[in-house]
Design a protein around this ligand. Structure first.
Ligand SMILES: CC(C)(COP(=O)(O)OP(=O)(O)OC[C@H]1O[C@@H](n2cnc3c(N)ncnc32)[C@H](O)[C@@H]1OP(=O)(O)O)[C@@H](O)C(=O)NCCC(=O)NCCS
Length: 171
């Protein structure tokens, strides 16, 4: 049996007890360096509170999930919506990186995104130097976009065959 075979991976909605955990991730300069500037401590806590208290209809637009590995929290994964496009993301704590977790976690996220109304295209965006996330996007079947993206790389997965993965960036 492999190491992974004994682990149970899951995504669950955040609750009050995840407030500090969530805030720590979004406030961590190293974890956030290939994503966006880290949030200062108070803003990170407010951001966590918003993520925890989001109502069901709001979660169609923006949602965070706690990545759970058996009984331990390993990171966060989530989406943000831009029109008919849903951008997916993941942040794993350093001790959970480099073990092949990102692809199965993102598959769980893709399952949760299945059936969201009005979503035609799924996106993954990352900084140009983030080779790991590029490998994850590729492994999930996303296609690299050739369009204008000044700040990084964009990968696209059309919801249905024939739906456009138009290389025009995110509006
Ligand atoms: C990016 C991140 C989610 C990847 O998750 P992970 O579980 O650590 O990734 P893995 O160990 O599964 O590696 C993913 C792939 O990258 C490859 N890889 C690892 N290091 C690499 C490197 N330095 N260069 C190129 N490829 C690399 C792995 O071989 C693997 O590819 P494979 O499945 O084809 O073998 C994780 O490292 C992370 O949370 N980083 C910080 C936050 C972040 O950057 N999030 C992405 C924002 S969009």
């Amino acid at each position: 049996m492999t190491h992974h075979a004994r682990m149970h991976l899951g995504l669950r909605t955040p609750n009050r007890r995840d407030r500090r955990f969530h805030a720590r991730i979004y406030g961590d300069a190293i974890l956030m360096r290939a994503i966006e500037p880290p949030l200062p401590p108070r803003a990170a806590l407010r951001n966590a509170e918003r993520a925890i208290s989001r109502r069901r209809h709001e979660r169609l637009r923006e949602a965070d999930w706690i990545v759970q590995v058996t009984r331990r929290r390993a990171g966060v994964a989530g989406w943000r919506r831009h029109g008919n496009r849903l951008e997916l993301g993941i942040i794993l704590l350093p001790e959970w990186q480099g073990q092949g977790l990102a692809v199965p976690v993102m598959r769980l996220l893709l399952e949760k995104a299945t059936g969201l109304p009005g979503v035609d295209v799924l996106l993954i965006r990352h900084h140009p130097g983030n080779a790991r996330m590029a490998a994850v996007a590729r492994a999930l079947g996303f296609l690299p976009q050739s369009g204008a993206e000044c700040d990084g790389m964009t990968w696209c997965l059309a919801r249905e065959r024939g739906s456009a993965c138009a290389p025009d960036g995110v509006s």
